[in-house]
Design a protein around this ligand. Structure first.
Ligand SMILES: NC(=O)c1ccc[n+]([C@@H]2O[C@H](COP(=O)([O-])OP(=O)(O)OC[C@H]3O[C@@H](n4cnc5c(N)ncnc54)[C@H](OP(=O)(O)O)[C@@H]3O)[C@@H](O)[C@H]2O)c1
Length: 252
């Protein structure tokens, strides 16, 4: 399936001044590009990262709940509606919460408990807590969207190469969480959209060590424009799906 034409129902979000888009991971490579693109369209955007105020750090107990409470307070004070929730957080390589270094595994010999735990904490458990604390902030009627950035390598059906165990498995878990949350969200608001999105390969700190010749690596600005175009075209019949940056369905 390919997402359809521009959806007037969803583009209502872009033209209503009291509608707010919240980008969690809005200080990352892709997240920051999305924030800029939305601001350039004149939309109200809140960008949250580990060092913003409010901040969000999945490795800190209570962080997701506290951040959601702050966002809810702002929305109530200003009479705003959270119309879009974009979750652009993620982890592929770097320092784990336990202080060790994690790299994508080329073999089962490289599997490490700390790296697995950190990948699941950032790519799956954190977004699951975002579902718990932020999805209830979406309106109970009218168009709204929750988009969680996943990755094609989280697709089991598409996995022909192997490797990258922790990231693949954590993104596969995220995909199941997104599909499950979409079912529950539809019971609250039949116009809501909740999807997993694959951004394609984008030139950010996450991908830089792995960008190989032959792979199409796009600047974050180009990827953000494509992802926004996909989000603008999604409608409630596509909720629970997994789409790439061109709006094409990715196999689970
Ligand atoms: N780049 C690609 O080629 C590519 C391909 C497929 C999928 N993706 C997915 O796209 C999304 C965005 O990736 P990106 O390329 O923009 O990566 P990035 O530049 O490394 O940004 C990662 C974001 O995740 C946040 N983050 C990391 N650890 C966190 C933690 N413990 N708690 C809360 N937030 C945390 C970072 O917060 P700070 O800003 O505070 O550091 C940052 O905002 C991710 O889900 C990634 O898996 C990217």
């Amino acid at each position: 399936m390919v997402v359809g034409e521009e959806n007037p129902w969803m583009s209502e979000i872009s033209t209503t001044p009291s509608f707010v888009t919240l980008v969690l991971g809005g200080t990352g490579g892709l997240g920051a590009a999305l924030v800029s693109a939305l601001q350039a369209r004149g939309e109200t955007v809140l960008a949250v990262g580990r060092h913003t105020d409010p901040a969000l750090d999945y490795t800190q107990a209570g962080s997701v709940e506290a951040c959601a409470a702050r966002v809810a307070q702002r929305l109530a004070q200003r009479g705003e509606t959270l119309a879009r929730l974009i979750v652009a957080t993620g982890f592929l390589h770097g320092e784990t919460a336990a202080g060790s270094r994690a790299e994508p595994e080329r073999s089962w010999q490289h599997l490490e408990a700390e790296a697995l735990a950190h990948s699941f904490a950032v790519n799956a458990i954190g977004p699951a807590l975002v579902m718990r604390h932020f999805l209830p902030l979406l309106p109970r009627q009218g168009p709204c969207l929750a988009a969680f950035f996943s990755a094609r390598v989280g697709s089991i059906g598409d996995n022909a190469l192997g490797g990258w165990y922790a990231y693949r498995a954590a993104k596969a878990a995220l995909n199941q969480l997104v599909h499950t949350a979409a079912i529950e969200l539809a019971r609250r608001n039949r116009e809501a959209v909740c999807v997993a999105l694959h951004p394609g390969t984008v030139d950010t700190p996450l991908s830089q060590p792995f960008a190989k010749a032959g792979l199409t690596v796009r600047p974050p600005e180009a990827a953000a424009a494509e992802l926004l175009a996909v989000m603008d075209r999604l409608n409630a019949t596509q909720t629970g799906g997994f789409f790439d940056h061109q709006g094409k369905t990715v196999p689970w």
